[in-house]
Design a protein around this ligand. Structure first.
Ligand SMILES: [Zn+2]
Length: 264
């Protein structure tokens, strides 16, 4: 099995250096005038594994990644593009979209390996064509995942990082937007179609951040909002909410989590 080791690093507006005494990676955050110790994680990447690398300050005091005591069922149906699915609201184990089709119907590279809801295919096709017109390469590296697949995904990360580490980067079953069939993890030839990691450095990531909303796709876990979303920054993870909704959200200035809370 082909195995690549991906070294994970860094936030914007920061620099990294190795602490001479501990060998730990230190992150200097100039915006907030502080120095943080971070864990330099080596994540094993394979074509089959679900890889969501992250760097999280170990000195963080607020436990933003934890789940609330009371977990509730999502208030909208899973088929509803505006259903709020997060650490507080979960989808029923029985929920699965009924209109899944191959992502390759949109023309996106690597699409023959993944399924998405048919409702978004035309807009994804428009997004892919627009990116190509701007000389941007996009591929897809994860899409629909069933409840049972997410059980395995989450347990894999617990085995690697422990429960606290897993909860920062991977949803527990029922809490994943990937169960909706409307979440896409993008990558690019710029990073050899790798998942996560350094995707935030690519032209593709910058293009998505500026343009994806025009086609109904919005970033779910933006940088700097970990305490609101409950997840580390994921530059590659977008959710489709429809063009009109994405336009409204973009115009409001709200992140997806807050926008959906206002609708649920
Ligand atoms: Zn994702």
């Amino acid at each position: 099995m082909k195995t690549v080791f991906v070294s994970i690093i860094a936030f914007l507006a920061t620099t990294l250096r190795v602490s001479p005494d501990s060998g730990q990676l230190m992150q200097v955050d100039y915006e907030n005038q502080r120095t943080l110790t971070v864990n330099q994680q080596m994540v094993e990447y394979t074509q089959d594994a679900w890889v969501k690398p992250s760097v999280v300050p170990s000195s963080s005091s607020a436990r933003w990644w934890t789940y609330p005591t009371n977990i509730m069922t999502a208030t909208r149906n899973g088929n509803d593009l505006l259903v709020l699915v997060n650490k507080e609201y979960k989808l029923p184990q029985s929920y699965a979209p009924s209109d899944l089709v191959l992502a390759s119907n949109s023309g996106i590279r690597r699409g023959s390996s993944y399924y998405l809801r048919s409702i978004l295919i035309n807009d994804l096709k428009n997004l892919v064509n627009a990116s190509k017109a701007d000389s941007i390469d996009l591929s897809i590296v994860s899409a629909y995942r069933s409840y049972n697949t997410q059980v395995s995904t989450y347990n894999y990360w617990v085995s690697i990082n422990g429960i606290d580490g897993a909860d920062k980067i991977s949803a527990r079953a029922g809490h994943s937007q990937h169960q909706l069939g409307t979440a896409v993890d993008f990558s690019s030839s710029e990073v050899s179609d790798g998942l996560g990691g350094s995707f935030y450095t690519t032209r593709a990531a910058a293009w998505l951040a500026s343009n994806a909303w025009k086609y109904g796709f919005v970033i779910s876990y933006p940088s700097g909002y970990e305490s609101t979303t409950g997840y580390s920054y994921e530059s590659w993870h977008y959710r489709y909410i429809g063009v009109a909704n994405a336009q409204e959200m973009h115009g409001s200035g709200m992140i997806l989590e807050v926008y959906l809370e206002s609708k649920n």
